[in-house]
Design a protein around this ligand. Structure first.
Ligand SMILES: [Ca+2]
Ligand SMILES: [Ca+2]
Length: 153
């Protein structure tokens, strides 16, 4: 009985290993490279991580770019995450050598307590086809990270 289970495990591992070996060359096809100044790029957002949130309970977070809302509000609890991988990268087009400043905002109910700009994710030091991390931190108050991948347009 026991040996059958072990044999099955060994077979599964071998199959997984073969599958990984097959996908590895595809994954490495697009090599990380430095940005070329003046070239156009787009940004695939990956994951917003709410390391320390700004409110008690949950934050209501959204992103702004050039004065407009570019990613709508999501709630995020302390140490929670928001998956941004379905957001269209073509909302975030920029030129190599020019920082892309994406603002992180926290939504509040009304004009008595208006929305708060928590800070700016600076997407400017990235390499193409490499996953990078940007941070918004106010010491002792709140802290967020955003992972993203810069892609050729
Ligand atoms: Ca709020
Ligand atoms: Ca507020």
């Amino acid at each position: 009985m026991r040996s059958t289970v072990f044999r099955r495990l060994a077979t599964t591992t071998a199959v997984l290993g073969a599958a990984l070996a097959l996908t590895a060359p595809m994954a490495s096809a697009a090599q990380p490279a430095p940005l070329v100044p003046g070239e156009l790029y787009k940004v695939q957002l990956n994951l917003l991580r709410c390391v320390n949130i700004s409110e008690s309970g949950e934050d209501e977070l959204y992103l702004k770019l050039d004065g407009g809302v570019v990613v709508p509000t999501s709630t995020c609890a302390e140490r929670g995450t928001v998956d941004y991988s379905a957001i269209d990268p073509e909302r975030f087009i920029f030129e190599g050598g020019t920082p892309l400043n994406v603002e992180l905002w926290e939504q509040d109910p009304d004009y008595i307590d208006p929305d708060d700009k928590l800070g700016v994710f600076e997407l400017n030091d990235a390499r193409v086809n490499a996953t990078n991390i940007a941070r918004v931190v106010k010491n002792g108050d709140y802290s967020y990270t955003l992972t993203y991948t810069v892609l050729p347009l």
